[in-house]
Design a protein around this ligand. Structure first.
Ligand code: SAM
Length: 236
């Protein structure tokens, strides 16, 4: 009997609609429908205590931009941990370690985690010190908010949850999944603007096809990502 692993992702954000909307499409939607993944958004603004529902304030010491308040963030996180397990609390920040396929794999079997989306200049450091277990970045560039990063994490992680992808679309040969880039792929029509499909793919010899695809993966990785190739050669 296979026990399906469920994953719960809590997302603290000022714009829950962005995340909820994204969860209505494709593989993320299917994972939710199959009850393999639960995506629970929390609107940080619901945890303000003033008439204006203020979530940010000017920085001590001066400077441009606004800072998200630690107390409001703490209350919104407590709303999760009070009724559920919040799991690992992950702040999305350009200063975190970069998301990789290995990290996505780890998160996909972690059971529960909580993503925190920042906005403005950033968030009060004391909140990070007290509540944040890990910091993740999606790359060396600065977004105006953590929501696109949360969608990237949710997408990359959700598709890896056991049972989410069908066998035929199994991501085992996806780029990075086996330390190589994926091979090139072709579909109908057989001729496109004077270009044809490699003969081997039309021949029906599945062993040969498998060999060709593996060779192509290695070739591509060598050409496009020599850094990955070095690691691949050492590991193998
Ligand atoms: N002042 C911050 C810094 O330089 O580290 C950047 C703040 S950014 C304008 C606002 C929010 O967007 C951040 O709090 C974070 O949640 C999110 N963000 C921006 N770039 C990101 C990235 N590369 N990866 C993940 N989250 C990011």
């Amino acid at each position: 009997v296979t026990v399906m692993q469920r994953l719960t992702i809590h997302v603290l954000t000022l714009f829950p609609d962005i995340i909820d909307h994204y969860a209505k499409y494709g593989i993320v939607r299917r994972s939710v429908e199959r009850e393999l993944v639960q995506i629970h958004t929390v609107n940080i603004r619901d945890f303000t205590e003033d008439r204006h529902r203020t979530v940010d304030d000017t920085p001590y010491g001066g400077g441009a931009g606004m800072i998200m308040r630690a107390d409001v963030l703490a209350r919104s996180l407590e709303s999760v941990s009070k009724s559920n397990d919040a799991g690992k609390v992950i702040l999305l920040t350009p200063q975190g370690r970069t998301l990789t396929q290995t990290l996505a794999n780890e998160l996909s079997i972690s059971g529960t985690f909580t993503l925190i989306c920042g906005r403005y200049r950033g968030i009060d450091e004391r909140f990070c010190e007290r509540y944040v277990d890990d910091e993740l970045s999606i790359g060396d560039y600065v977004l105006s908010g953590g929501e696109p990063a949360a969608m990237v994490v949710i997408d990359a992680v959700t598709r890896l949850v056991p049972g989410v992808m069908n066998d035929f679309e199994s991501g085992l040969d996806d780029s990075f999944q086996n330390d190589l880039l994926d091979c090139p792929w072709y579909t109908r029509p057989v001729e496109f603007e004077g270009m044809t499909v490699p003969d081997v793919l039309m021949g029906g010899d599945h062993k040969k096809i498998e060999c060709w695809r593996h060779e192509q993966s290695i070739l591509r990785t060598k050409q496009r990502r020599p850094d990955m190739m070095k690691k691949y050669s050492t590991d193998k």
